[in-house]
Design a protein around this ligand. Structure first.
Ligand code: SF4
Length: 401
């Protein structure tokens, strides 16, 4: 990386200047390997044998090399390695993939390049390798600073291992670190959550995400909490406690210099996740790896979710089923994703995109939500109010046709 900017505003200006009318896109790389499956997890991830891991990385490299030449010509403004646990396989394998992307694509000097890590799978040597390869942002999955809560959700690490990992990331030179937290965990109390928040804030990461646990079908937790009642497991926090956790997240993070830029994401000024913001703004993105999704010029496609097929190179199988989004689907996404951002959506952008005014399409929904105090308008921007954020599922559902 040459001349990488630490200030995202400056970076954005550079990106715009360098792209000059040639829209940049995002690249996502899926690394589906984990040490052990967490009890609540429904992501496409599992523990695999070592030879599968090596085969996977070879196939991933082939997939990247075979990407559409038209896409390769467009500038790349961010790359995100997610999972799974991208920090679980050997660092050489991951760094080689980043090198490959840089060879094949036009990666901008200012690009944000993130890697998801889990405590217990990183050390300073590994982190230095990532840094040297060009990663400039690390996202660490902590979830809770309470070891009892971590055990309960099946995480393989302790809080102390997280601390070690965080310090190692700083020692390796990472100046942009996110910490992921979770609320509504089994046995979690308001006090234990506040303690988690305070401990994390003391470390001064640049970014904090706080998502509420959702119990998904097909997970161990689904059987545990929605199956036949089983005794011996800590109960989930009451809805009232969960609401307070959510409230305290906002208060404590705000007191400590973080601002909320998306429903569940907080950052020090200028440290928003550029990559995720791109998804919410509906930028083009290309996904590589098992089960990854792509959206390009309103065409969507997904890679196979079957490892056996992926390793055979049958990635294209499903890619043939390219879905062209209808105008209605594009409008829904524009609203649904854009309103997750605290800045909201630009009324003018809507018109530019769809050649129709927002009132023409969503006039009655907007009037109703404004009347209920869930939406507000300021200048060119339409955004959720505090009440609207609290009831975001209800408010956003109004924009589905
Ligand atoms: S580390 Fe993340 S991806 Fe892996 S099992 Fe746990 S929640 Fe799922």
């Amino acid at each position: 990386m040459i001349n990488a900017k630490n200030c995202p505003e400056e970076r954005q200006l550079c990106i715009e200047k360098e792209c000059a009318g040639n829209p940049a896109h995002l690249v996502y790389v899926h690394i589906p390997f984990c040490k052990q499956k967490c009890l609540y997890c429904d992501f496409l991830s599992a523990c695999y044998a070592e030879d599968t891991v090596e085969e996977y990385f070879k196939q991933l490299e082939v997939e990247i090399m075979n990407a559409d030449p038209k896409h390769k010509e467009q500038p790349v403004e961010s790359i995100f390695f997610g999972g799974g646990t991208p920090s679980f396989p050997a660092a050489e394998l991951v760094c080689r993939i980043l090198e490959r992307i840089k060879c094949e694509f036009r990666v901008l000097d200012e690009a944000e390049i993130s890697l998801e890590c889990n405590p217990g799978t990183i050390d300073v040597l590994k982190l230095r390798q990532y840094k040297k390869a060009g990663f400039n942002r690390i996202s660490i999955g902590l979830q809770s600073a309470q070891n009892g809560e971590l055990r309960e959700i099946g995480r393989v690490h302790t809080y102390e291992e997280f601390l070690e990992g965080f310090q190692s990331a700083r020692d390796a030179g990472f100046l942009n670190i996110n910490v992921d937290l979770m609320t509504a965990l089994p046995g979690q109390s308001l006090e234990s959550y506040e303690e988690t928040l305070r401990k994390v804030v003391e470390l001064n990461p640049e970014h904090i995400s706080a998502y509420s646990l959702i119990i998904e079908e097909g997970t161990e937790f689904w059987n545990r909490y929605h199956g036949k009642p089983k005794s011996g497991f800590p109960s989930l926090p009451e809805e009232e406690v969960e609401r307070k956790m959510y409230q305290r997240t906002k208060e404590i993070l705000l007191e400590n210099g973080y601002y909320r830029y998306e429903i569940s994401n907080y950052a020090k000024p200028g440290r928003e996740c550029h990559h995720n913001s791109g998804y919410w703004k509906r930028k083009n993105y290309l996904g590589f790896g098992l089960g990854s999704a792509s959206l390009y010029e309103n065409k969507r496609w997904n890679n196979t979710e079957l490892m056996s097929q992926y390793l055979l190179g049958n990635i294209q199988e499903k890619q043939c089923q390219i879905q062209q989004l209808t105008i209605e689907e594009q409008m829904e996404e524009f609203m649904f994703l854009g309103l997750r951002l605290m800045s909201g959506i630009s009324i003018e952008d809507f018109k530019q995109c769809f050649c129709k005014s927002i009132e023409e399409v969503y006039g009655s929904q907007i009037a109703k939500l404004r009347k209920d105090g869930l939406l507000e308008m300021e200048g060119d921007f339409l955004r959720l109010t505090e009440k609207g954020i609290d009831l975001s599922n209800y408010a956003l559902a109004d924009f589905l046709f």
